[in-house]
Design a protein around this ligand. Structure first.
Ligand code: TXA
Ligand code: MG
Length: 317
């Protein structure tokens, strides 16, 4: 099958099929009004891991969760007063709200890279909305390009940028906005500006008053990928551990790890390891131990992102 064959007209039948692919853990590229998204079931750790694998992202940036309506959004995040105002004014549309994640959201931990917040957006595109409804799942979707490349605004760009990596590409023609959504942190009383995009600062300030910019708060992390609030275990970490030392609890990887309390992937599968990483780090962060040791993780494929995350967790604090 040539790559062009993966691009489909979004007929009602095709959208039903695309919904099935999402439910089965596959990847569907779909149009939104901003850019094309690379979508997967946001409640499945392994489906979300496969997004990072397809994009060849060297780190786990938290992703945007897309919803078709407010009812779905309310099941996933806590709406603050400011979040409520912004959603009312700009949804559906090119605005992503970072809000506190609900304890029982059912969302993958990887989708928010271990944070207690979730970036959420209701896109303004009929095909995106129909796909969300057909799948019955919130859909995690970064822009549908390989890491480091330009965001796709046409179906053909997706096929060029991610050859052979996507189960289906839904063709909705060119994206109307052509620029990613604006991302704001709406967790607190004052809304923080995180990424410029389709909705202007002026429009946002008209609704919620002055925004807080990273420069106003020098301690605030500029790039969300570097967020200091990323889940870091209480236990110190020792990486590339080939044996277990006194007081340590071992997070293993691969076949020869009999002493590990948990194993990221006994078969040495990096996708499986990525899917397990955040949950297992939390689970092993127990009283009664002095350190968490982690087996070596190969530095290829998703191993890059896993090692990046582990290095940050192990960094001196
Ligand atoms: O227009 C868009 O936003 C497109 C379409 C497909 O919706 N999506 C997109 O996703 O651009 P992505 O993954 O390329 O960008 C997500 C942005 C990143 O800057 C990420 O760091 C930030 O949102 N983000 C996600 N979750 C966050 C969180 N919990 N806290 C802070 N920033 C977050
Ligand atoms: Mg992107």
């Amino acid at each position: 099958m040539s790559e062009a064959d993966r691009i489909f007209k979004p007929t009602a039948d095709m959208i039903v099929k695309a919904g099935c692919i999402i439910r089965a853990g596959g990847l569907v590229a779909f149009p939104t009004e901003t850019v094309y998204g690379l979508g997967a079931d946001a409640t499945s750790e392994s489906a979300v891991a496969s997004i990072f694998a397809a994009k060849e992202r060297p780190s786990f940036n938290p992703l945007i969760v897309h919803v078709p309506d407010m009812e779905t959004a309310r099941k996933l995040v806590e709406f603050t007063e400011q979040g409520e105002k912004l959603a009312h004014a700009f949804w559906p549309g090119a605005l992503t709200l970072v809000l506190p994640r609900k304890k029982d959201s059912g969302l993958s931990l990887l989708v928010s890279a271990g944070l207690d917040t979730v970036a959420i957006r209701m896109p303004n595109h009929p095909i995106a909305t129909e796909l969300l409804k057909a799948s019955g799942k919130p859909i995690a979707a970064p822009s549908a390009n390989r890491s480091g490349q330009i965001s796709p605004t046409q179906a053909a760009h997706v096929a060029q940028s991610l050859p052979g990596k996507v189960d289906m590409i839904l063709d909705g023609g060119p994206c109307a906005v052509g620029l990613e959504s604006t991302v704001v942190d709406a967790c607190g009383e004052h809304v923080g500006f995180l990424r410029p995009g389709g909705i202007s600062v002026e429009k946002l300030e008209h609704v919620v008053g002055p925004l807080i910019f990273p420069d106003d708060a020098p301690d605030a992390p500029k790039s969300p990928g570097m967020l200091t609030s990323h889940y870091a275990p209480t236990l110190p970490m020792r990486l590339n551990a080939t044996e277990i030392k006194d007081g340590e609890i071992l997070l293993g990887f691969g076949a020869d790890c009999e002493n590990s309390t948990l194993n990221l992937s006994p078969s040495g599968n990096l996708n499986e390891a990525a899917a397990n990483l955040f949950a297992m780090m939390r689970e092993l962060d127990r009283d009664g131990f002095t350190r968490m040791a982690v087996s070596p993780i190969p530095q290829d494929g998703l191993g890059l992102a896993i090692n990046d995350r582990l290095k940050r967790a192990a960094a001196p604090r």
